[in-house]
Write a protein that binds this ligand. Sequence first.
Ligand SMILES: [Zn+2]
Ligand SMILES: [Zn+2]
Length: 157
Amino acid sequence: MPSVSVDSDPLDESRRLVRAQRARVTVPRVRVLAELLAAGRALTHQEVQRCVEASADSEHIDRVTLYRVLEWLVEAGLAHRVAGPDRVFRFSAQRTAVGAHGHFRCTRCARMYCMTESAGMGRLVGSILPEGFTSEAIELTVSGRCADCAAGPQPPG
Ligand SMILES: [Zn+2]
Ligand SMILES: [Zn+2]
């Protein structure tokens, strides 16, 4: 049964998710996943690094460790990767196995978000495929303004 825990502390949730993998619960793993969970969008290595460093209670996580942790999270199915238009990978937390889903890229702030409502998209793509074709993977990125930018002041010019 799908359940979404909205109010739980990202660190607690992160610890729970890492433990559920029967994996070693290390500080960097828990910390990095918690940042991804809290962000609610896809983050670059750099952005994750900045978030981790901004947390007062955290020990330093060097670049190499951060890379390894992100790779591990992807392998463990706790996060997935998506390349932005700049070809830089972003990482996004996933609480449960998510299937094919699209991404949204804001043309103003350049943030990327997962659009995890995937059932409708799968149906849509199925309905527009040529006769006899089947899809195995869907990579869809929608560009536009995110809610924050759409509501904010317009840029000059
Ligand atoms: Zn935006
Ligand atoms: Zn995604």
